[in-house]
Design a protein around this ligand. Structure first.
Ligand code: PBG
Ligand code: ZN
Length: 275
């Protein structure tokens, strides 16, 4: 996507510096390992790309907030977010690996753990593991209302994480089922989520609104890769006024009830807000 890159470890501090100078102080990290395997080992390797990046960033910028995304799909050869046996996603067997990844990132210095896998009961498993290892103060930002969406396409291209077979509909939610999103949020809060994510954002503003009216918890809207790509493509063709459209989208998300927004437009928005 225009303006979006994978960064190697030697480039990551340059990008963080640029962002910090513009006033962006929170980062959500995703890792792409050298080797993908059946069990996503790269996700919980102590010396993996994400723990190394966390240490680098925290060493130079101790005050920035590092959120570590927790999922297996960037690390598995089959591209699914959980372990797979005979073509089936194994929910319960995946939980210890998500917990292990979370502890690994917390040890490296992550401020917040953000599970995006959508396995049932993973927030409880992660909370327990973090507490056991002494990370009682590390909060969980749970992707609670995550729909099985076509809007993740550019991300999967970038992370080479499209599922090799089937789809994610057995663990991500049905776009037609808004009630399930509310149930997932409720469950995650009971399991110990400290704040929650709703995604995609723009086609799901009703969900953000409903969550904000029904639950007393910060909601983070995730303005995903496909949403960004559409705006960028139209802008590149001169069909829309990029700044106006992006700011309108951001304001819409705030109006819907988002406490904060995760977006690929972040640096542009920061720049425009300063202007
Ligand atoms: C991994 C993950 C995805 C996104 C965030 N975490 C992709 C997916 O579920 O396929 C999507 C991000 C984006 O589109 O910007 N579970
Ligand atoms: Zn995943």
């Amino acid at each position: 996507m225009p303006g979006i890159y994978q960064f190697s470890l030697d480039k990551v501090l340059d990008e963080v510096k640029k962002a910090v100078e513009l006033g962006v102080k929170s980062f959500l990290l995703f890792g792409i390992p050298n080797h993908k395997d059946e069990v996503g080992s790269g996700a919980y390797e102590e010396n993996g790309v994400v723990p190394r990046a966390i240490k680098l960033i925290k060493n130079s910028y101790p005050d920035v907030i590092i959120i570590a995304d927790v999922c297996l799909c960037e690390y598995t050869s089959h591209g699914h977010c959980g372990l797979v046996r005979d073509g089936e996603i194994l929910n319960d067997e995946t939980l210890p690996l998500l917990a292990k990844s979370s502890v690994c990132y917390a040890k490296a210095g992550a401020d917040i753990i953000a599970p995006s896998d959508m396995m049932d009961l993973r927030v409880a498993a992660i909370r327990e593991a973090l507490d056991e290892e002494g990370f009682t103060g590390v909060p969980i930002l749970s992707y609670s209302a995550k729909f099985a969406s076509g809007y993740y396409g550019p991300f999967r291209d970038a992370a080479h994480s499209a599922p090799g077979f089937g789809d994610r509909k057995t663990y991500q939610m049905d776009p037609a089922n808004g009630n399930e999103a509310l149930r997932e949020v409720e469950e995650d809060i009971l399991e110990g989520a400290d704040f929650i994510i709703a995604k995609p954002a723009l086609a799901y503003m009703d969900i953000i609104k409903e969550i904000s009216l029904n639950f007393n918890i910060p909601i983070i809207a995730y303005n995903v890769s496909g949403e960004y790509a559409m705006v960028k493509a139209a802008a590149a063709n001169g069909w829309i006024d990029e700044k106006k459209i992006v700011m309108e989208n951001m304001i819409g998300l705030k109006r819907a009830g988002a406490t904060a927004i995760i977006t690929y437009h972040a640096l542009d928005v920061a720049r425009w807000l300063r202007e």
